[in-house]
Design a protein around this ligand. Structure first.
Ligand SMILES: Nc1ncnc2c1ncn2[C@@H]1O[C@H](COP(=O)(O)OP(=O)(O)O)[C@@H](O)[C@H]1O
Ligand SMILES: [Mg+2]
Length: 240
């Protein structure tokens, strides 16, 4: 297994770091059966990857063996944003390569600068990942990670256009739903929660991301989501 240095991770503003920290602690109370956690949202740009990478980083820093698994095989930007040098190295393999049978697990998983943190990112984007997600190899991969890591944080495409999230969620132990405060309509949030539950993927918690003062209260009439689904709201403040 190679070791690589993940760039642009951490150094969050204090309030955001604290919000991710609370999320990490709460995940620790979900019990031993919750191991594979999908980070999902309704639309693009709600903050899934930001939450996933920082949750993984904090969990790893706390000494809990964790894997960050990038299953956004359509439009992954992870490599560009966090591993800018990896693309230039010959033979760099990732999620789609592994699922297509073109790489072994040890070629596709990398150890990182965090002692307890490994990652498997998507190196090659593909047009139609559904076949890969339906394959036996995908199930076997998740089982392998479940046995070898205390937590696998699964970063996925948004739910709005494609059914990848449903497919992936049906094989995870639960999901953390990221909502961009004041932007994602409540109807869309409800539909997403229903979609995940139909797929057999319980919503473990909700992250209300990018809360700005003027938008506070946007979801106040719907705060029952939090308690009804056993989750909590986490308030991420605006970065910068
Ligand atoms: N709380 C936040 N405050 C400010 N910018 C944020 C916040 N969360 C995410 N972003 C930015 O928004 C953009 C989209 O976030 P990203 O995590 O890539 O979303 P997704 O994975 O849901 O598409 C990124 O440029 C990211 O840095
Ligand atoms: Mg993303």
């Amino acid at each position: 297994m190679k070791t690589i240095e993940v760039q642009n991770v951490g150094a969050l503003p204090y309030a955001m770091e604290e919000a991710v920290n609370r999320l990490r602690i709460n995940i620790g109370f979900l019990g031993n059966d919750i191991r594979k956690i999908m980070i999902i949202s309704t639309f693009p740009d709600e903050g899934k990857s930001t939450i996933a990478v920082n949750l993984w980083r904090q969990m790893s820093e706390a000494g809990t063996k964790s894997l960050l698994l990038d299953v956004d095989m359509r439009k992954s930007v992870f490599k560009r944003e966090h591993l800018p040098e990896a693309s230039e190295k010959d033979g760099f393999k990732g999620t789609s390569d592994y699922l297509a049978g073109n790489a072994d697990i040890d070629d596709a998983v990398c150890h990182t600068q965090f002692e307890s943190g490994d990652i498997m990112m998507n190196a090659e984007n593909v047009v139609n990942p559904s076949i890969l997600l339906d394959s036996e190899r995908f199930t076997e991969m998740l089982d392998y990670f479940s046995r070898n890591y205390r937590y696998t944080f699964v970063d996925v495409p948004p739910l709005d256009l494609v059914s990848d999230g449903e497919r992936i969620g049906s094989q995870c132990d639960g999901a953390i739903l990221v909502i961009r405060a004041g932007v994602t309509p409540t109807g869309a949030v409800k539909a997403t929660i229903a979609q995940l539950e139909r797929a057999g993927c319980p919503v473990l918690g909700v992250v209300l991301n990018r809360v700005e003062n003027s938008k506070r209260g946007y979801y106040s009439g719907h705060s029952h989501y939090g308690s009804y689904y056993g989750g909590s709201y986490y308030y991420g403040q605006k970065i910068n």
